[in-house]
Design a protein around this ligand. Structure first.
Ligand code: BGC
Length: 383
């Protein structure tokens, strides 16, 4: 997977590397490697949250390969979803003389002191996928349109229930359908955007009675899963099944904002055997995000209904483009300067678009683009 997911970044970055050759000013933008301004002397620190989710491994690999192809040195670190570890890793990058930092935060509010230190050393910071909050020293943000991701997640739930057709048009189906709602980790800014996009999309149907949430757990605080942990989602789903569905109430759908959570939810649903009517008719509609291979395979088998494909190759490429431009003393190109307020300032952002993955478009979206091979889809394992 490593090379495959990084490859798209290379063409463009290679061209930039050539175009940037001999360009001066880099040393002035960065921290430690003062002097020559040669790219090969420049170190970029890349801090990723965790290796337990395959998307972050793909992100880290693609960013590293793109930067190395452009001629930079790279220090790539994963923090095992441990907040102090991420802080220490970033501190070390600063001490080592990093010229720029690319950070996907575990807790978006926990890195203020690292960002203060980076600013004091004149090291620019790019927030990667997840917005770093409560600091003025976030220079740029590369991400997807996270509100729209939430809209797409809710849309895929409505399509699965038959309320919308494949083109997103209302079918007239009135249900009522019983659904349960899951959210991501509250310390991840994205979780709030996904939730808001989803709730805004579902609310009219909840108001009309087309959808109901029998558990009554409709606040993000009730739905949230700390650190996006699969086991925690499985446990919450088991608890919901016991508290609300053991009497035979039918569960029709589950809004899940990440494939890892979806697999935990599916495990809980599959384990319920006797909770009857609900599961005997087939599993409820379960949504997702990230097009992880295990989930793509489940979608192919008709077990999970949908996911959201965010092409991490493009995100990595965009972060390299932004890094390159900052190190050359330019402003990176933003396509959104309004949405992402981190509590201190609006961070100029570059937003990418995402797509809903259904069984029907796995081939066109994921296989034809080289993101996964057909063999990987069949086996559910990345090669
Ligand atoms: C990312 C998602 C991912 C989630 C869990 C979010 O910040 O945007 O793509 O599913 O973290 O890793």
């Amino acid at each position: 997977m490593k090379n495959k997911h990084a490859i798209a970044a290379l063409g463009l970055v290679g061209a930039l590397a050539l175009a940037g050759c001999g360009g001066g000013g880099a040393g002035s933008a960065g921290g430690g490697s003062e002097g020559s301004g040669e790219k090969s002397d420049m170190l970029i620190g890349v801090s990723m949250p965790t290796e337990t989710s395959e998307r972050w491994i793909a992100d880290g690999d693609a960013v590293q390969e793109g930067l190395e192809e452009a001629g930079y040195q790279v220090d790539l670190q994963y923090a095992g979803d441990d907040i102090p570890t991420q802080g220490q890793q970033i501190d070390q990058m600063i001490t080592k003389g990093a010229d720029l930092l690319i950070i996907a935060a575990i807790d978006g509010t926990a890195l203020s002191s690292q960002l203060d230190a980076a600013a004091a050393a004149n090291i620019p910071v790019i927030s990667y996928d997840r917005l770093i909050r409560d600091s003025e020293h976030v220079d740029f943000y590369v991400t997807f349109d996270n509100y729209k991701v939430g809209v797409q997640q809710a849309t895929s739930l409505l399509v699965g229930l038959g309320v919308l057709d494949a083109d997103g048009k209302e079918t007239g189906e009135k249900g009522p359908f019983n659904v349960e709602l899951f959210a991501g980790s509250l310390d991840d800014n994205n979780a709030h955007f996904f939730w808001q996009g989803a709730i805004d999309t579902l609310q009219p149907y909840l108001d009309e009675g087309v959808l109901a949430v029998p558990s009554g757990q409709t606040d993000i605080e009730q739905a949230a899963i700390l650190r996006w942990q699969q086991e925690t989602a499985q446990k919450r789903m088991e608890d919901l099944l016991t508290s609300t569905y053991s009497g035979g109430t039918k569960l029709d759908g589950v809004l899940s904002p990440y494939d890892g959570l979806s697999r935990g939810i599916i495990t809980a649903l599959q384990g319920t055997g006797g909770f009857g009517a609900s599961i005997a008719d087939g599993l409820p509609i379960v949504t997702g995000q990230d097009a992880e291979i295990a989930s793509v395979s489940l979608i192919d088998q008709g077990v999970q209904f949908a996911s959201i494909f965010k092409d991490t190759r493009k995100l990595a490429e965009q972060s390299v483009v932004a890094a390159e431009s900052m190190l050359e003393g330019d402003e990176p190109e933003a396509n959104d300067t309004e949405t992402y307020d981190n509590g201190v300032k609006i961070v100029p952002s570059y937003l990418l678009q995402s797509d809903i993955v259904y069984k029907e478009n796995i081939t066109s979206l994921l296989v034809d683009s080289g993101y996964w091979t057909q063999a990987e889809v069949d086996s559910g394992v990345a090669e």
